[in-house]
Write a protein that binds this ligand. Structure first.
Ligand SMILES: *[C@@H]1O[C@H](CO)[C@@H](O)[C@H](O)[C@H]1NC(C)=O
Ligand SMILES: *[C@@H]1O[C@H](CO)[C@@H](O)[C@H](O)[C@H]1NC(C)=O
Ligand SMILES: *[C@@H]1O[C@H](CO)[C@@H](O)[C@H](O)[C@H]1NC(C)=O
Ligand SMILES: *[C@@H]1O[C@H](CO)[C@@H](O)[C@H](O)[C@H]1NC(C)=O
Ligand SMILES: *[C@@H]1O[C@H](CO)[C@@H](O)[C@H](O)[C@H]1NC(C)=O
Ligand SMILES: *[C@@H]1O[C@H](CO)[C@@H](O)[C@H](O)[C@H]1NC(C)=O
Ligand SMILES: *[C@@H]1O[C@H](CO)[C@@H](O)[C@H](O)[C@H]1NC(C)=O
Ligand SMILES: *[C@@H]1O[C@H](CO)[C@@H](O)[C@H](O)[C@H]1NC(C)=O
Ligand SMILES: *[C@@H]1O[C@H](CO)[C@@H](O)[C@H](O)[C@H]1NC(C)=O
Ligand SMILES: *[C@@H]1O[C@H](CO)[C@@H](O)[C@H](O)[C@H]1NC(C)=O
Ligand SMILES: *[C@@H]1O[C@H](CO)[C@@H](O)[C@H](O)[C@H]1NC(C)=O
Ligand SMILES: *[C@@H]1O[C@H](CO)[C@@H](O)[C@H](O)[C@H]1NC(C)=O
Length: 728
């Protein structure tokens, strides 16, 4: 084990441990997007101030040779988003969040980062459009795509201009009725297309944008793009020549609560025909058994090809994500009216590669692309040549940190944004010969992160419980910043959510391992059965097994720590914490033997009663993971219900459950707290009325951290409990 004694000495003064406040007030940066020549890149910057109780925002430029960062001159109070105009060095098209003519609308402007004061209003848009993408065509016209909520008749929805309903009733005749943190209304998201005509000084053709989803036929689920709640401009694309667009929408003939299936639709930009699904029913892809959720439609630089990804299973959200490419041409066969786009030569890429693709970025020559994938608790980059054979296994191009953004520069090198347990953002270029040029590292710049480094992170592999499985399981270990050799620290054992997810070497503002460790713990974060990034079999084998193999793996990981890390980890005063499925697992642990090994439990938005799983909206998820709907035979709702083991509950438990969590409704947190209280087990309930499955508001997050740490420090280390809780 490598240790830097210089840093340990400096930290003994208590200088460098990261506190929740420092975590939350440190700057946050988006992934840099390079300009067409690859000389500079634009990225978003924001920072919350606890003194001002507000955030500041900026659009910054990163020089891709020197790493110098300057302000772009785009006023972030007014500029919601900006995209580079192809064919220019510094030209941008941007969305200004105000519209003097239409309250609640926005405007489009052409600007120049080299001459910020020279900007031109080109279009008035009548709703709060976002998700801008642009092509600069050979005629000189700019063709763009944006998205907005739209009425059923296709007209964009502007909340400020919409009439106020006279009652608040919500009436439904099918599911789902709400999702993630939002109750459904009659409005759905749609992609709109517009053309800025060079001949008229880039005025908007016909003074309007066209809804591209309006005429897609459906009989069950109305087409919607981006797909909610997480979809954005990555759900659609415009070809660089402006001729064609592609967009993602859920399967129109399947119930959206019951299925994850979604398809890639393509259409001619100036055609009158509705777009058609290239991988929907009847397509070669569908007939070959690839029927699940799709994503990342991305045109090649020469506009002749489209790459995308798709899962096979119609209702399995964690099925392997596989890569595909098709040739795209105008003037194909159409079942409707107008000119259609044909997709041919459909091909799966690296079909036997046992990893799930995360994003797509084409190489300049249109002969290959780059993708990201989870791989051993990091997100790494991989290169996929189109002419690769079916048995091609991509090699990782990156190693230690996790990629959060990847772009390809004109010389085929990569511009990478990455994070790790010790850094919120590193920006670097990676040449085709493997040379890295680090342009920026947040820990060197941000006061709040000063002193963080890789020395606190370790990992170990251990034998898990799955029969007929020859891989070892993985776990991360994070030590306090002021770790002192010879001293022992109580264990903070953190179980991840999903359950198909991973504890990874990446930065988080919600579950930041270094922040937990710097309360004076050694964090151990295991990746048990169900985890992603270690091959599909480990992910798949949690289905119908929520409380069996994963629990046994968590026990085995804990025993490994007890027996093998005892020189610096005190398991006698440890705590266990987890959110979502990690919260379910803490509740399962509470009812089983491992629960007796902890001084305290922290459960964030976890399931406590699996038999009420149908109050969630994502029926595809529970249908898959519990082996059928609640009434079917041989499902596992009853077998793995934490509330069947209430008799064993006895460890002090802190329960968080937020009101806007519609994925796992708050009734699970309330019934858990009522059980703990009724049984006389020390417990607290924390509920945020304005947070969903996550805690995003910095003031709320500070309170979350403060109260959870107050709780674990009391039960693990005997510090006083605060009197902030509402009592009698
Ligand atoms: C390390 O940091 C913790 C938390 O900030 C503090 O309680 C402890 O005293 C520090 N230990 C040393 C040796 O500085
Ligand atoms: C940026 O826009 C805001 C809001 O319109 C305005 O108050 C501020 O003066 C602008 N800043 C600059 C530098 O122009
Ligand atoms: C589009 O690209 C051409 C070069 O191909 C460039 O001259 C033109 O200025 C670009 N359009 C805009 C609006 O910047
Ligand atoms: C945004 O639009 C407002 C008018 O609605 C205008 O005053 C302001 O200058 C614009 N800002 C930018 C950066 O385009
Ligand atoms: C679409 O419906 C909305 C809401 O009823 C209405 O305001 C709008 O005028 C309609 N658009 C068209 C083109 O009929
Ligand atoms: C919807 O259409 C599909 C064929 O595209 C058909 O199989 C299905 O039965 C239809 N569903 C309903 C509810 O009409
Ligand atoms: C959900 O899928 C199952 C299995 O195919 C089917 O039995 C059920 O009818 C579906 N429910 C809805 C609402 O589509
Ligand atoms: C094609 O257009 C004609 C005339 O507008 C219309 O009658 C017909 O139904 C359309 N066909 C389809 C398949 O949309
Ligand atoms: C690929 O990952 C391995 C660890 O699995 C690492 O040793 C190697 O350096 C990585 N390759 C590159 C090019 O970063
Ligand atoms: C790798 O490529 C970069 C950029 O093209 C170049 O500067 C560097 O000298 C090359 N390094 C080696 C070892 O070839
Ligand atoms: C401790 O580590 C050794 C060597 O890796 C391993 O054989 C043993 O199983 C570990 N103990 C536990 C309880 O996992
Ligand atoms: C449930 O399991 C029993 C025993 O294995 C089996 O006989 C039965 O067919 C199963 N039912 C269903 C619906 O799969």
């Amino acid at each position: 084990m490598v240790r830097n004694f210089g840093i340990v000495a400096a930290l003994a003064a208590g200088a460098c441990a990261i506190t929740p406040k420092q975590l939350l007030q440190a700057p946050r940066r988006g992934a840099p997007v390079p300009n067409p020549s690859g000389k500079v890149a634009l990225f978003s910057y924001s920072q919350y101030s606890f003194e001002e109780e507000s955030s500041t925002h900026a659009w910054q430029l990163l020089d891709l040779e020197t790493g110098e960062i300057t302000d772009s001159g785009l006023n972030a109070s007014e500029v919601n988003e900006a995209v580079w105009i192809p064919g220019t060095e510094t030209g941008v098209l941007y969305i200004n969040g105000t519209n003097e003519d239409v309250p609640g609308g926005v405007t489009l402007w052409i600007g120049d980062t080299a001459k910020p004061s020279e900007r031109k209003l080109v279009a008035s848009l009548e709703a709060p459009f976002s998700g801008l993408k642009v092509a600069n065509t050979s005629s000189g016209d700019l063709r763009f795509l944006v998205n907005s909520l739209a009425y059923p008749n296709g007209t964009a929805y502007n909340e400020e201009l919409a009439p106020t309903a006279r009652n608040t009733g919500r009436l439904y005749s099918d599911i789902y009725v709400r999702h993630w943190d939002t109750w459904l209304t009659k409005q759905r998201y749609a992609v709109f297309a517009g053309t800025l005509l060079k001949a008229s000084g880039y005025g908007l053709e016909n003074h309007e944008v066209r809804n591209l989803l309006k005429d897609i036929p459906f009989n069950v689920t109305r087409p919607e793009s981006p797909v909610q709640p997480f979809g954005g401009s990555g759900d659609y694309d415009i070809s660089p020549d402006g001729s064609t667009y592609a967009l993602l929408s859920k399967a129109p003939h399947l119930n959206k609560a019951n299925f994850t299936a979604s398809y890639i639709y393509v259409g001619a930009f100036d055609g009158s025909a509705a777009p058609e699904a290239l991988n929907g029913p009847g397509s070669e892809a569908y007939e070959a058994g690839h029927k699940g959720a799709s994503g990342a439609p991305t045109f090649s630089p020469d506009s002749s090809k489209l790459a995308y990804y798709q899962q096979d299973g119609e209702y399995y959200e964690s099925d392997r994500v596989k890569l595909y490419v098709v040739d795209i041409a105008q003037g194909g066969y159409s079942t409707g009216n107008g000119s259609a786009v044909s997709a041919s030569n459909w091909k799966g890429l690296a079909p036997d590669w046992d990893r799930s693709a995360g994003s797509i970025a084409w190489a300049p020559d249109s002969e290959s692309f780059f993708t990201t994938a989870e791989d051993y608790a990091r997100t790494r980059a991989f290169h996929i040549p189109l002419d690769s054979d079916a048995d091609f296994k991509p090699k990782n191009l990156t190693s230690v940190t996790s990629i959060s953004g990847l772009a390809v520069l004109p010389d085929s090198s990569l511009l990478i944004a990455a994070s790790a347990v010790w850094t919120s953002a590193d920006f670097y270029t990676l040449s085709t010969n493997g040379t890295q040029n680090v342009l920026f590292s947040a820990v060197k710049v941000d006061e709040d992160l000063a002193g963080l480094g890789p020395d606190t992170l370790e990992e170990f592999f251990y034998d898990g419980s799955l029969p007929n499985f020859d891989q070892q399981l993985h776990a991360l270990v994070v030590k306090p910043s002021n770790f002192s050799e010879g001293e022992k620290y109580p264990l903070a054992y953190i179980v991840h959510g999903g359950p198909q997810g991973a504890n990874a070497n990446s930065w988080s503002t919600r579950w930041n391992f270094q922040v937990w460790a710097d309360q004076g713990y050694v964090v151990v974060a295991p990746n048990p059965t169900g985890s992603t990034g270690f091959g599909q079999e480990l992910t798949d084998r949690i289905a119908g097994e929520w409380g069996s193999y994963p629990y046994e793996d968590v026990v085995l990981g804990w025993e490994y720590v007890r027996d093998n890390l005892s020189s610096f980890v005190d398991t006698k005063n440890g705590i266990v914490a987890g959110a979502s499925y990690g919260g379910y697992m803490t509740n399962w642990i509470q009812g089983h033997d491992l629960g007796r090994e902890f001084k305290a439990i922290v459960t964030h938005d976890g399931i406590s009663n699996t038999e009420s799983a149908f109050s969630s909206e994502e029926l595809w998820f529970i249908r898959h993971d519990y082996l059928g709907p609640i009434w079917a035979e041989n499902t596992t709702y009853h077998e793995f219900n934490p509330q069947n083991h209430v008799a064993n509950f006895s460890t002090p438990q802190f329960v968080v459950h937020n009101s806007l969590d519609y994925r796992l409704p708050e009734s699970d947190g309330l019934s858990l707290f009522n059980i703990l209280q009724t049984k006389g087990i020390p417990s607290r309930l924390l509920s945020f009325p304005d947070e969903n499955h996550w805690v995003l508001n910095p003031e709320n997050s500070l309170f979350w951290h403060t109260e959870i740490f107050n709780w674990i420090n009391h039960w693990s280390k005997g510090t006083d409990l605060d009197d902030n809780a509402i009592g009698q």
